[in-house]
Design a protein around this ligand. Structure first.
Ligand code: ADP
Length: 254
């Protein structure tokens, strides 16, 4: 008698590869700002007698420190999301409030860059979710719309609801992307060439974080973009009617 035991290790192997890639990418991405901080600290020491040069290097040092801090925060956010840690129980949320909070976080930066945020809500657009995470996801999309727009530009945020879904669209008329770039934007650490050469330089983690949050809420995300015309990111979540509303809707049908 022969007993054959077979186990499919493909998924396990794939997950292990994803984890190994992530760690390798993190090490690579951290090396650049850490190297810059080390070099700038040395340059500061050597320029100790020249106040103008000291000021110049000190400013660059603080830019690099800010970049390191964003990168570290986003790596922690993403690892926690991947490990499904720190997730709050879902509650019924009015998506208008979630979007309003995300707009609030970005209003000062948009104004400073000469961009206008226009937000149109929809009544009864309720979803079940974790408010902080959803604010984070929508805020990341608005931050990108600001970063990749050229003033005077306009960022439009629309909410629509159908019988089954609530959709939030964040549109800009900024630099946009090619179809090839659009396909890769949700990859961790991916940045388009144009984005890489910008001095503000993002981390390439923002959209991975958004995608994780959206998946965790049973939703999906899609993107439309054209170079020099702009981009629209659309999030879609299952509509969760408030109890009173579903009764009202049933009465309407009856
Ligand atoms: P980053 O921190 O670089 O913004 P993201 O993951 O948020 O990282 O975005 C990945 C890349 O996708 C960006 O570097 C940029 O090249 C591109 N991108 C994202 N949002 C937009 C947008 N609204 N317009 C044009 N390009 C965008």
């Amino acid at each position: 008698l022969v007993l054959v035991v077979m186990a499919d290790k493909t998924e396990m192997r794939r997950l292990e590869e994803v984890r190994r890639d992530f760690v390798a990418n993190i090490s690579h991405e951290l090396k650049t700002p850490i190297g810059a901080v080390t070099l700038l600290a040395e340059a500061l020491q050597q320029a100790a007698d020249d106040p103008d040069t000291v000021r110049h290097f000190a400013e660059r040092l603080s830019d690099e420190a800010a970049r390191l801090s964003t990168l570290t925060r986003e790596i922690i956010d993403l690892s926690r999301l991947q490990a499904e840690e720190g997730l709050e129980p879902f509650e019924l949320l009015d998506i208008n409030d979630v979007v309003a909070a995300a707009v609030d976080h970005n209003q000062v930066t948009a104004k400073a860059k000469g961009l206008e945020i226009v937000f149109g809500g929809d009544a009864n657009a309720t979803v079940k979710g974790d408010s902080n995470r959803l604010v984070m996801a929508i805020s990341n999309l608005i931050t990108n719309a600001i970063t990749y727009s050229v003033p005077p530009g306009r960022i439009g945020i629309g909410i629509t609801r159908s019988a089954q879904f609530v959709e939030i669209a964040v549109s800009d008329n900024g630099i946009g992307m090619t179809p090839e770039e659009t396909e890769r934007v949700f990859e961790r650490f991916y940045r388009t060439d144009q984005a890489r050469s910008r001095s503000t330089g993002g981390t390439g983690l923002g959209l991975s974080i958004v995608k994780h949050i959206v998946n965790h809420h049973g939703g999906d995300i899609k993107v439309w973009s054209r170079p020099n015309r702009g981009s629209t990111f659309t999030l879609r979540f299952p509509y969760a009617p408030a109890v009173g509303e579903s009764i009202k809707e049933k009465e309407k049908v009856a």
